[in-house]
Design a protein around this ligand. Sequence first.
Ligand SMILES: C[S@@+](CC[C@H](N)C(=O)[O-])C[C@H]1O[C@@H](n2cnc3c(N)ncnc32)[C@H](O)[C@@H]1O
Length: 320
Amino acid sequence: MTYLETTAEFYSEVAQTPEVGLCCVQSSPLQLPGLKIPQQMQEMNYGCGTTVHQAELINEPTVLYVGVGGGLEALQFAYFSRRPGRIIAVDPVKAMREAATRNLESAAQDNPWFDPSFIDIRDGDAFNLPVPDASVDVVAQNCLFNIFEPEDLTKALQEAYRVLKIGGRLIMSDPIATRPIPDHLRQDERLRAMCLSGALTYNEYIQHLVHVGFGQVEIRARRPYRLLDCQSYQLDEPLLLESLDSVAFKVPIPEDGACIFTGKTAIYSGSQEVFDDNAGHVLQKGLPASVCDKTAANLGTSKDILITDSTWHYTGGGCC
Ligand SMILES: C[S@@+](CC[C@H](N)C(=O)[O-])C[C@H]1O[C@@H](n2cnc3c(N)ncnc32)[C@H](O)[C@@H]1O
């Protein structure tokens, strides 16, 4: 069996017998006015963060959701795009598609605004998405791409890039590792399927996004996810995994490199009222302006500009 087959088999098992807390973090699923999440759908929350960010979902976007799981996030996306077929949810695991279908039918009983026709569940996988080029506004995946080996991750990201419209966004939530995960864990297919041993470091993860052409990446959240202890995982030191929520935009990569926003700001404190670097960045004295990491590094060379730390929470605005 390949690791992808092991993964499919594992998710077939947990579709039939839900494993509460398999991938989840301590936070409860996003609550929205008038949205009721069925119990069995909540028990199948196999995501490590969230991909449903309100600001991303204006104008009823078409969403392609990769790896439907129990259907929780597909339902949350449908909350914002209430039209037949507006959410396309793909999963190669038959038992998972069946579980999601059941859960969504149950959601329709409790949510008068929701009709299961809003979500079109299709057989397909991350490497061969069943939609044409440049046809969707949003691609989302939660706690799936971290399972992929690096070459397969590149293929999945290229496929997401292919189906997105220009300016469209790839919204992801995945575990990342605070240091490289040793080979004996990376090669454990079951741990990989459980989202515990395939994670890349933050820099590797972002590099993969830029490598396939995403010109702007914004970090929405970064939090502790799991601690792999020495005894259970044969490690010299415990290894902290974090979960990273990000949004990557299908826009051209600027000549001087991609813009990665991690919540840094630049604050000018010199003798003028305004600082202008003549490269598009104008800072009002004393006022923080959000900047991408590249601009932060450039502006940070000036003694009159303070660069604040990454908050790992950026939702737009600033001077880049
Ligand atoms: C960790 S679960 C996450 C489920 C869901 N995103 C959530 O947040 O609850 C991974 C999901 O990806 C599906 N999956 C496994 N291999 C896949 C592949 N190659 N392409 C797309 N989905 C896949 C599994 O069946 C499962 O539904």
